[in-house]
Write a protein that binds this ligand. Structure first.
Ligand SMILES: NC(=O)c1ccc[n+]([C@@H]2O[C@H](COP(=O)([O-])OP(=O)(O)OC[C@H]3O[C@@H](n4cnc5c(N)ncnc54)[C@H](O)[C@@H]3O)[C@@H](O)[C@H]2O)c1
Length: 435
């Protein structure tokens, strides 16, 4: 008798496997398009009907997915999107890419994962492969996903296959896209690993199998904790360099000439996005359950979390140097997205900078070609064109995000600029204050 694994392997080899992706955001949509481009029949499932409508119209809303590529697979009938979760039962593979935020208490919020898994469980049938891609703490696949899927009586590794494969995509990175980034895969048993590896092997350049779902979950958290801690370290070096009147950017540029044993990280206004500020706390939360305190994570969190306050202090000092108080001054931010050339504002440190400036009485405006509106907390702002901002006038500019589109030659001529990204590298003038 053919085993479920052998049957699915054959359907993957012959490109007959029907693939369902739950969650069509920054992670899910690029992946769905890659599977469809490889010839698979792909159905995206999202609770946000506006995304489904756009996909079905062949219109991309994710900058890394060109509309032409999306339209091609939609018009060829290989990709469609729906909110009808009952259709999950028709899929051979169910790949879960939903958000994993933190609660206000910094505890993991697995509610999106649980809802998506419950939907998959309703349609679960013998021979299906379920993969979790959302970043989460080690043990989630075994302890949360597997029991929910098994409630109907089918057994993981026997009747259906189960794996964890962390998504490592870096939005806005043109050099490394979904296709080029190796995929780490940890299955619930060898069959699950083998089938999930075969699946990803069809769309990414290389696949890295590991021995369990827990290892795969931990890999992702190591990667992102590594970034958070190193950014924390370099932010602390920036704070101390300022006290010692040393240009930290020059230090990093020189240090990175060492061909081994050093990797450059850069200071900035704080962490942003749906990954680096969040994921390490998934790990520290889980470690605490085992009686382990993650000191590096907590310390990096404190340093990185203090950066928006530090930026505002530098703005206050800069204004003070031209005999202006922060209270009543007009401060114009260049960039509110959490990083260069993305339309993502989640956890953006610019939002904290705005909040802190407003609390101290500043009048804040911003320019960001990627983010037309900010609607966060008490703040409702709209991006204004550079020329309009100049016409309205402001006392201090802050480069919070170093978008490529900004006219840095003109920004450098403004009377007072606080540059948190070293976007004005090489320009040394008294009107420019570097982090
Ligand atoms: N954005 C990144 O750079 C990145 C990189 C690597 C990993 N990740 C991880 O990938 C996961 C997804 O992140 P993202 O940035 O793509 O999030 P996102 O918010 O861009 O997309 C998630 C999508 O899931 C949908 N969704 C939520 N609940 C659902 C449900 N129950 N059923 C169907 N759809 C549902 C949302 O409507 C949304 O469209 C997270 O765990 C994140 O940590 C993100």
């Amino acid at each position: 008798m053919t085993t479920p694994a052998a049957a699915l392997l054959e359907r993957i080899r012959t490109t007959q496997a029907r693939i369902g992706i739950i969650g069509l955001g920054y992670v899910g949509l690029p992946l769905a398009v890659e599977f469809a481009r490889a010839g698979f029949d792909v159905t995206g499932f999202d609770v946000d009907e506006s995304k489904n409508v756009q996909i079905n119209a062949g219109q991309s809303y994710i900058p890394d997915v060109p509309t032409a590529e999306l339209a091609e697979v939609v018009h060829a009938g290989r990709l469609r999107a729906t909110s009808d979760m009952a259709r999950l039962a028709e899929m051979d593979v169910v790949d879960i890419c939903v958000p994993t935020p933190l609660r206000k208490t910094k505890d993991p919020d697995l509610s999106y994962v649980v809802k998506a898994v419950e939907a998959a469980a309703k349609g679960l049938r013998r021979g299906q492969l379920v993969i979790l891609e959302s970043t989460t703490y080690p043990g989630t696949t075994d302890e949360v996903v597997q029991p929910l899927l098994e409630e109907g009586g089918l057994k993981a590794g026997v009747d259906f296959l189960l794996a964890f494969s962390p998504e490592r995509v870096d939005p806005g990175n043109a050099q490394y896209t979904t296709r080029q980034i190796p995929k780490v895969v940890g299955g619930h048993g060898p069959d699950s690993t083998e089938v999930a590896c075969a699946l990803y092997g069809r769309v990414v350049a290389s696949v890295v199998p590991v021995s369990s779902t827990r290892v795969a979950e931990m890999v992702k958290l190591l990667e992102n904790t590594f970034r958070a801690v190193n950014i924390g370290l370099v932010n602390e070096i920036a704070l101390m360099s300022n006290k010692m009147d040393i240009n930290v950017w020059e230090v990093i540029d020189a240090a990175k000439t060492k061909p081994f044993g050093f990797m450059p990280f850069y200071p900035g206004p704080g962490l942003g996005g749906h990954c680096i500020p969040i994921d390490p706390f998934y790990l520290s939360w889980k470690a605490r359950q085992s009686g382990f305190e993650c000191r590096f994570i907590e310390l990096a969190g404190q340093v990185n979390g203090s950066m928006p306050e530090y930026v505002v202090q530098r703005v206050a000092d800069a204004l003070n140097s031209v005999k202006k108080p922060i209270n009543g001054s007009r401060v114009h931010l260049f960039g509110v997205a959490y990083k260069r050339d993305v339309n993502d504002m989640r956890e953006s440190p610019a939002l904290d900078v705005i909040e802190l400036l407003v609390r101290r009485g500043a009048v804040v405006s911003y320019t960001d070609p990627w983010i037309p509106h900010v609607d966060e907390g008490h703040h409702r702002l709209s991006s204004v064109e550079f020329d309009q901002a100049l016409a309205e006038g402001f006392d201090c500019a802050v480069i919070t995000t170093d978008h490529v589109a900004f006219d840095y030659a003109r920004i450098a001529q403004l009377p007072l600029v606080v540059d948190t990204r070293n976007a004005l590298k090489g320009v040394s003038q008294p009107n420019i204050v570097r982090l």
